[in-house]
Structure formats: structure tokens, C-alpha cells
Ligand binder design. Structure first.
Ligand code: NAD
Length: 251
């Protein structure tokens, strides 16, 4: 088991990726500290799993969550900053300043606050931090500029944090999935469907046609790469943004 005896924190653990990651990490022997702003499905999770309501944009709530993790587990080895929101699909001139701020707050500030609290918690023994960015953190995304900006910010935070923590034995990397079937993506697919006067399934097909592998991912598709970035055996990799996107950003 690749995470045996390690304590792993995952934000946004009520959502598509977060739920899948929690179960995979548990199968690899990790003890879990899960959080979400909404409910978390705990079915099938090991006894002793910590679940908490946490809004990642709230610095004081982060402090309380980290104190609870220290009390319960006495250590933090892996952190996955996964909580995120998508954007309403619209060109920049039709994107409201409020929408821009909301997306930046959750995706960029939320990741910044996570790092701010996780780095000192790991400083004694090192660890691995994985920030869930996006293919839209590597290339632009028309109709999703605020989202793309927030995910570029996540990659900037990742590289900077990697520089600051390399000598503390902490590795910080970003994972960049493309389209994957989760509630977040379904909302986007519905917007595409509405624009083309069609349904969600047809929108999935339209989006899949842009991907060299010709399909939308499922959360399971990204778990191997997530595990690679979290695994202490992957000991010399830091500051990287790893695309898991069916080839989308390669061509
Ligand atoms: N699904 C995709 O196509 C896709 C592609 C690339 C990147 N991502 C990224 O993957 C991550 C997970 O997304 P997902 O697809 O599983 O979406 P999801 O909507 O299924 O899950 C996201 C979770 O984050 C939680 N959340 C939202 N705001 C929060 C806040 N302020 N504080 C704490 N939790 C909050 C939600 O309650 C939800 O449970 C996100 O960062 C997303 O941007 C998703």
C-alpha cells in the first residue's frame, strides 16, 4: 500500500473527484481528513475518517480544521487542494465582476489558504501537496476566462510553493485534468447543450470530439496520476503541472 500509515487531507471531498480520491487513498492505507462546504458521502470509508464542513476561502475555518487534524492524527503527510467551482460559460464582456471574484476566491484563494496552513503542518517531516488545477490552467479557455485565470493562478501558486518548500522535504505539484464526468462538468455540458439546443449526452459527444482520445474522462481516470503525485516514493518531483487530459493540451 502506497500511503500506508499516512494522513491525507482532501478538500471538496463531497464532489466527483474528491469522493473518488478519498476511496482510492483509503485503499492505499491512508487515514483521511475530508472536508467540503457541502455534505460528504461517508459510505465505504474507513472508521476514524475525519469529516468536516470547511469553506476553503475562510482562513479562520482552515486554522480550526488543521487544529482538529493535529489533535486527531498528530501529523499531516498528504494534502489535496481539490475544492473548486466552474464558471458560467460566457465571454469576458458578459462575465460579471462578481462571478470573476467568486471563482478566483474558491479556486485561487482557496488553494493559497490551503498551502498557507498545510506547509507549516508538514514542515517537521515533509510531505506531498497536490493542487487540482485543470487543462485550463495550461492553456486558455474561451467562454471560461475567469476559470482559466483561476487555474493558471493555481499553477503559479504550485511552482512558487515548491520553491519555498523544497528544502523542507515537501513536494508541491499540480494535477491538470481536462473534461471529466462530475457534477461540475455536467453543469458545463448543460450550458453547451442549451447553446446548441440539444441535450447533455449530445454535449458530451461534442466535447469528446475535441479530445484526441475521443472521450470525456471519469474521475477514476485521474486517480493514478494523483496517487503518483501523492506517493512518497515519487521523491524528486516537485513544482510540476501534470496534464491528465486524453491528449487535449498536447496538440
Ligand atoms: N470535472 C472536470 O471536468 C474538471 C476538469 C478539470 C479540473 N477540475 C477540477 O477538479 C476539482 C474537483 O472538481 P469536480 O469535477 O470533482 O467538481 P464537483 O463539483 O463534483 O466537486 C467540487 C466540490 O468542491 C466543493 N466546494 C465548492 N466550493 C467550495 C468551498 N468554497 N469550500 C469547500 N468546498 C467547496 C463542492 O461542494 C463539491 O463537493 C475542481 O478544482 C475542478 O476545478 C474538474
Amino acid at each position: 500500500m502506497r500511503l500506508a500509515g499516512l494522513t491525507a487531507l482532501i478538500t471538496g471531498a463531497g464532489g466527483g473527484f474528491g469522493q473518488a480520491a478519498a476511496r482510492r487513498f483509503a485503499a492505499e492505507g491512508a487515514r483521511l481528513a475530508l472536508s467540503d462546504i457541502g455534505p460528504i458521502d461517508t459510505e465505504g470509508l474507513p472508521e476514524g475518517t475525519l469529516t468536516a464542513r470547511l469553506d476553503v476561502t475562510d482562513d479562520a475555518a482552515w486554522a480550526a480544521h488543521m487544529a482538529e487534524i493535529a489533535r486527531r492524527f498528530g501529523r499531516l503527510d498528504v494534502a489535496v487542494n481539490n475544492a473548486g467551482i466552474g464558471g458560467t460559460m460566457a465571454p469576458i464582456q458578459h462575465t460579471s465582476p462578481e462571478d470573476f471574484d467568486r471563482i478566483m476566491a474558491v479556486n485561487a484563494r482557496g488553494t493559497f489558504l490551503g498551502l498557507r496552513h498545510q506547509i507549516p503542518a508538514m514542515a517537521d517531516r515533509g510531505g506531498a501537496i497536490v493542487n487540482i488545477a485543470s487543462a485550463a490552467g495550461l492553456v486558455g479557455a474561451g467562454q471560461l476566462a475567469a476559470y482559466a485565470a483561476s487555474k493558471h493562478a493555481v499553477i503559479g501558486l504550485t511552482k512558487s510553493a515548491a520553491d519555498e518548500t523544497a528544502r523542507k522535504g515537501i513536494r508541491v505539484n499540480a494535477l491538470c485534468p481536462s473534461f471529466a464526468a462530475t457534477p461540475l462538468f455536467d453543469a458545463m455540458a448543460d450550458a453547451v447543450a442549451a447553446r446548441h439546443d440539444t441535450d447533455r449526452a449530445a454535449a458530451y459527444d461534442r466535447i469528446a470530439a475535441r479530445i484526441p482520445m475521443r472521450r470525456v474522462a471519469v474521475p477514476k481516470d485521474i486517480l493514478e496520476a494523483l496517487l503518483l503525485l501523492a506517493d512518497p516514493a515519487n521523491s524528486f518531483m516537485t513544482g510540476q503541472a501534470l496534464a491528465v487530459d486524453g491528449g487535449l493540451t498536447a496538440v
